[in-house]
Write a protein that binds this ligand. Structure first.
Ligand SMILES: [Zn+2]
Length: 402
């Protein structure tokens, strides 16, 4: 098989993707999961499963779609043979499966084929090819998150951050195939909203403005905010903003943005999603850490004891030796409400959510969340003014750790 690491389009990747992937491979936990997968006997069942459950699109059945695949392969310099499948599903989605037996498998849902134009599909297909080209499948994030023992919270955060950067890289491959920012934007809009009606005109700038609106909300509202920032996929206005910049840059042959300027803009955008209060020296970061410290112990204790695994997760956040038996737990617990007030006084809402999400990671460190732990998490959310719905979504957002 040809060596993808030498492919000229590797240069398209965002630094946070290529450097993040290299750093992750060096993590012992990641390495051991990859090694274990490599030792498993290859069953080569993908093709059989696809042939049994989906429809393989041939040139005779769909000359236009196969011509589109050919065109994207040509643009991206993809050499491996590909097969395209469609399966019945009402969601707008596409997939690309790590090659088996020298074949790469791509798939579209029936809904996306019916409702997307060819130019829009080209972006989606290019994005999927991007995941293959940049070897994103080699770090199987889902398998790592479910592995035993569980990845540490810090590793989980690194995996999520890398995965978001990888999506931005894959989008660039999609942009290269589509070459049409309007088609990219409408594709992104349809994916995000599910709406395909003519009643809605896509205004790229308005859509991107949602990013700024959302940031403002994060700073001062009590309403719904950025729970989806915590997912592995960067949310779509951010992706579209990144694409808009990419189209203006030398990456796609335009002249207004130099590559290094583009990358620093993208790093800023990605940074919005992972501001780190754990290291920062500021009153607000300090208040957040102090609350997290006391709350992790109070949630851990809700289930009886603050278990060894919870203590380990706790130390992953606060540093080795930070948890000691001598910590006066009763006093800490009494101090929780005062610490919450400090947080509310100094920290932005978006960062409070981020800290609360970290609290749920610590709480999940030993096992599934127990009812008492869940109740204590809800009480903490209450003290932080997060609202029950948002708290529940944040708790759910780390459920992959279960
Ligand atoms: Zn993707």
């Amino acid at each position: 098989m040809n060596d993808l690491s030498q492919h000229p389009l590797q240069a398209l990747r965002t630094p946070a993707d290529s450097e993040g992937a290299a750093a992750l491979r060096k993590e012992e936990h990641v390495g051991s999961v990859i090694d274990a997968l490599g030792r498993q006997k290859q069953t080569l069942s993908t093709r059989r499963n696809l042939l049994g459950s989906a429809l393989r699109l041939t040139r005779g059945m769909s000359p236009k779609l196969i011509a589109m695949v050919d065109e994207c392969r040509e643009t991206l310099g993809i050499e491996i043979p590909t097969e395209l499948y469609v399966f019945s599903n009402p969601q707008f989605n596409a997939f690309c499966i790590k090659p088996e037996d020298g074949r790469l498998f791509l798939g579209f849902t029936s809904a996306i084929i019916e409702k997307f134009s060819l130019d829009e599909l080209k972006f989606v297909l290019g994005h999927e090819f991007g995941h293959y080209l940049f070897e994103h499948h080699d770090i199987p994030i889902g398998v790592i998150m479910k592995s035993q023992p569980r990845p540490s919270p810090q590793l989980a955060l690194k995996l999520f951050a890398w995965s978001r950067a990888a999506e931005i890289s894959a989008d660039r491959a999609g942009a290269l195939c589509s070459k049409n920012l309007d088609a990219v934007a409408s594709s992104m809009f349809k994916l995000a909203s599910g709406v395909t009606s003519d009643l809605i005109q896509i205004e790229i700038d308005d859509f991107v403005e949602q990013l700024e609106a959302m940031q403002k909300e994060g700073e001062n509202s009590k309403g719904e905010t950025r729970a989806d920032w915590f997912s592995t996929h960067p949310f779509s206005p951010l992706r579209l903003r990144a694409l808009q910049l990419t189209f203006e840059s030398e990456v796609l042959g335009a002249s207004s943005l130099k590559r290094d300027v583009l990358e620093s803009e993208i790093a800023n955008l990605l940074g919005l999603m992972s501001q780190n209060y754990l290291q920062e020296k500021s009153t607000s970061a300090e208040a957040l850490r102090r609350f997290l410290f006391a709350a992790s112990i109070s949630v851990g204790q809700a289930s009886g004891t603050f278990s060894a695994k919870e203590q380990k997760a706790f130390e992953d956040f606060f540093g080795e030796g930070s948890y000691q038996e001598s910590i006066d737990e009763d006093r800490l617990l009494q101090d929780l409400e005062r610490r919450a007030k400090e947080v509310l006084e100094h920290a932005k809402k978006s960062r409070i959510e981020e800290m609360f999400r970290d609290l749920t990671i610590i709480a999940r460190a030993d096992s599934k969340l127990q009812t008492k732990e869940r109740l204590e998490l809800q009480r903490c959310a209450d003290l932080l003014g997060l609202g029950a719905d948002l708290a529940e979504r944040l708790i759910q957002s780390t459920a992959a750790l279960d």
